[in-house]
Design a binder for this molecule. Structure first.
Ligand SMILES: Nc1ncnc2c1ncn2[C@@H]1O[C@H](COP(=O)(O)OP(=O)(O)OP(=O)(O)O)[C@@H](O)[C@H]1O
Ligand SMILES: [Mg+2]
Length: 258
């Protein structure tokens, strides 16, 4: 579903060049959930943003859902990007629009006709359990509710891939787990392929089948989460820091999750 071949990214040139991502291969099969782990500045967001070409690669090829994005531009690139939804740590909702308007605006940008937009936006909000908040503005929502609106917005155009950049990092652990459960459900029910940036090994344990560990723009570990055997010091560090969440982890008050 996602194939990066010798993709690299350098910001600036000469003495001030920053090698955010060294030449990297990454293949994510359809329906799988991959985690990108690493400390601050490792290149996680850069790698994620290269997948839908929010960041222009300095070299290499990027294929998404069988299509080579590398040479696309304009309308073709916009069309290809509809396969890819994205969510962020800071939600990035429009503060002057209600939850429903935030989702339907994304559909407008995706070129969905006016008559269908409202219906699909309502379906997307229902899918994340927020039907009762359609008319609320972002300022009236909790962090977890805002992230659910952002997920609904990302899902409304029915992408096959979801990219997540630290989507649960700004949330308390209880709210974070409720969001991760929602993502797991989307993966299982819709077969959605996901790539999630995190520096929290618990997130990878709970949700990811594979984890890729980045250090200073290089992949230093590729880990099968069912049978983790990190080879790098950084990979081992991540795995030693937490026991991780499971389906059995108790989640109190499931009815009124934020
Ligand atoms: N637009 C930019 N211009 C110049 N340098 C950049 C730019 N974006 C990222 N970088 C640099 O590239 C490197 C990787 O940044 P990136 O944002 O991918 O890290 P990250 O792993 O996501 O870190 P964090 O966990 O703090 O979000 C860093 O050294 C960063 O300063
Ligand atoms: Mg980042």
């Amino acid at each position: 579903m996602i194939e990066l071949e010798q993709v690299e990214k350098t910001f600036g040139a000469g003495d001030s060049a920053v090698y955010a991502l060294r030449p990297t291969d990454l293949t994510v099969p359809a329906g799988k959930v991959y985690g990108l782990l690493g400390f601050s500045g490792a290149g996680k967001s850069t790698l994620l943003r290269l997948i839908n070409r929010l960041e222009e690669p300095s070299a290499g090829r990027i294929r998404v859902a069988g299509q080579d994005l590398t040479d696309l531009s304009g309308a073709e690139l916009r069309e290809a990007r509809r396969q890819v939804g994205m969510i962020f740590q800071q939600f990035n909702l429009l503060s002057s629009r209600t939850a429903l308007e935030n989702v339907s605006f994304a559909l407008e940008v995706a070129g969905v006709s006016g008559a269908r937009r409202r219906e699909r936006a309502r379906e997307a909000l229902a899918a994340v359990g927020l039907s009762d908040k359609e008319s609320s503005y972002p300022a009236q929502l909790s962090g977890g509710q805002k992230q659910r609106v952002a997920i609904a917005r990302a899902l409304a155009a029915e992408p096959r891939i979801l990219l997540s950049d630290e989507a649960t990092s700004a949330l308390d652990p209880h709210t974070a787990l409720s969001i991760l459960r929602l993502l797991k459900q989307l993966n299982r029910e819709r077969g959605m392929t996901m790539v999630l940036v995190t520096h929290d090994i618990k997130v990878a344990h709970y949700l990811c089948e594979h984890a890729v560990v980045l250090e200073k723009g290089r992949v230093v570990d590729r880990i099968d989460m069912a049978n983790p055997a990190p080879v790098s010091a950084l990979g081992r560090f991540f795995f030693e820091t937490a026991r991780g969440w499971t389906d059995q982890t108790e989640l109190p008050q499931e009815d009124d999750l934020a």
